[in-house]
Design a binder for this molecule. Sequence first.
Ligand code: GRF
Length: 207
Amino acid sequence: MSEPPRLVVLISGRGSNLRALAEAIRQGRLRATIAAVISNRADAAGLAFAAEQGLPTRVVPQAGLSRAAHSDALRAAVLPFEPRLVCLAGFMRLLAPTFTQAFPNRIVNIHPSLLPAFPGLDAQRQAFDYGVKISGCTVHLVDDELDHGPIVMQSAVPALDDDTAETLAARILSAEHKTYPAAVERLLHEPWGIEGRRVVFQSSQSA
Ligand code: GRF
């Protein structure tokens, strides 16, 4: 049997989406292997989880580095692991074009809103404050603009009248944990292409 495709996961914090990817792999819902977990922060809780799982970890600190220099250092850290996909999972640093160009259409991100609504920081609170009745999460390919690349998969959740920003965020997070592994599985194992801004899975096209 051929080796499952390799992922490198980039994190900055608690790493619950990293855990969701690892759990999906363990359960056979995601046919992949996590080749490495890389963080810009040595104190990211997700790094401890990765180490417990025996996954290779790297820290690429950004202190004192320009975005371009940090992205170069990240690219050098990621390349030896030869990932099919680079998965951003709460990675809180914008990547320079030298990074995105090194992995064309092979970087994915999960964002806690239905893009293009509410890009950027604190998306769940932005949606809550706006008063939306539906929110959700978006898995998208990463390009050089913030939370902008072609959409791979979205899941919607209701925003309820008795929600707080926190309860809405928790509902979105559970959707993220299902959606991210499912989107990565499709990207890895189904034929797809990009038409304009649209990610098109050939198996989803009508006859
Ligand atoms: C998630 O809400 C993700 O959508 C956003 O950052 C958060 C990361 O959470 N990009 P975690 O570190 O995966 O728990």
